[in-house]
Write a protein that binds this ligand. Structure first.
Ligand SMILES: N[C@@H](CCC(=O)N[C@@H](CS)C(=O)NCC(=O)O)C(=O)O
Length: 295
């Protein structure tokens, strides 16, 4: 253990008796499990998604919208889970995801109903169910899974590492920001080099590897995540830019980004989604216009 430059002496035993002061400090606890009893709402479709439009949530709403766009019968109900309010710790949510993180999904078309947690598991389940966005041929399928699992292992360095210390920590810590910026830029270069040799991550075709990766690294490349585009000099990654823009222009991606979104431009928020027509009639601007709040 280094003894340089710190007022902090590491105790023999860590105790949870202080607040870190960070943005999510109020909801973090060092133990798992339900904190209160509330059942989850259930709509009419086979798929019930409990999520939020963070990068991990957007992966799954984009997948559903891509499946629907391609003509598959993958209608779903999407219910917002406000993680800032601790809704991921309800008994209903924990029964679907014991890890208390969005997204969580239930497929009621099978008996007993199938629960799914981990966005990568959901993408693979849906891709296999519909034979879509995953190659059938062994080498291309394996390469697609290589990148899918790469994303699942790598993104926590961006979100929990870079994003946390650059954006959410109560004070900037140079050592932590340097460490995670180094790794984030290295990962951006990994993607840029792959996308120099291939249109999409798995190969010539758009797949679940791209659907998983774009909400994190595409958003970073487009300067939408943590307002860190200039800091990370994302314009230098030309192949990544080409890929990020191509995916951004897909209609299903535009819709998927809106689902379970609780912040930003009200016309871009579809807080609950139950039907394709909701994008036209149930965005937050229209809901607010129909029932103006009283001052
Ligand atoms: N590996 C998980 C990560 C899910 C995750 O980290 N979700 C975050 C939002 S992006 C969350 O629910 N955080 C709430 C919390 O940590 O209490 C996945 O891909 O599904």
């Amino acid at each position: 253990m280094s003894e340089k430059q710190s007022n902090y002496t590491v105790p023999r035993v860590w105790r949870h008796d202080k607040q870190s002061g960070g943005q999510f400090a109020g909801i973090n606890r060092p133990y798992a499990g339900a904190r209160y009893d509330v059942e989850l709402p259930v709509g009419e479709h086979d798929y019930q998604l409990y999520s939020l439009a963070t990068p991990n949530g957007v992966k799954v709403t984009v997948m559903f919208e891509e499946l629907l766009e391609a003509g598959h019968a993958a209608e779903y109900d999407a219910w917002p889970i406000n993680i800032g309010d601790g809704e991921q710790f309800s008994s209903g949510f924990v029964a679907v995801n014991p890890n208390s993180k969005i997204p969580a999904l239930v497929d009621r078309s099978v008996v007993p109903a199938q629960r799914l947690f981990e966005s990568g598991s959901m993408l693979l389940y849906l891709a296999e169910r519909y034979g879509a966005f995953i190659p059938g041929e062994s080498a291309a399928r394996t390469e697609t899974l290589n990148w899918l699992f790469w994303q699942m292992g790598s993104a926590p360095y961006v979100g929990g590492g870079f994003g946390h210390f650059y954006n959410y920590a109560p004070e900037p810590i140079e050592y932590a920001i340097d460490r995670f910026t180094m790794e984030t830029k290295r990962q951006l270069d990994v993607l840029d080099r792959r996308l120099a040799e291939s249109a999409y991550l798995g190969g010539a075709d758009y797949s679940i590897a791209d659907i998983a990766t774009w909400p994190w690294y595409g958003a970073l490349a487009l300067g939408r995540l943590y307002d860190a585009g200039e800091f990370l000099q994302v314009d230098e990654y030309e192949n990544l830019q080409r890929w990020a823009r191509a995916i951004d222009a897909r209609p299903a991606v535009r819709r998927g980004r809106m689902v379970n979104r609780l912040w930003g431009d009200p016309s871009e928020q579809l807080r609950e989604r139950h039907a394709a027509s909701d994008f036209e009639h149930r965005t937050q601007d229209k809901i607010e216009a129909a029932s103006p709040t009283l001052d």
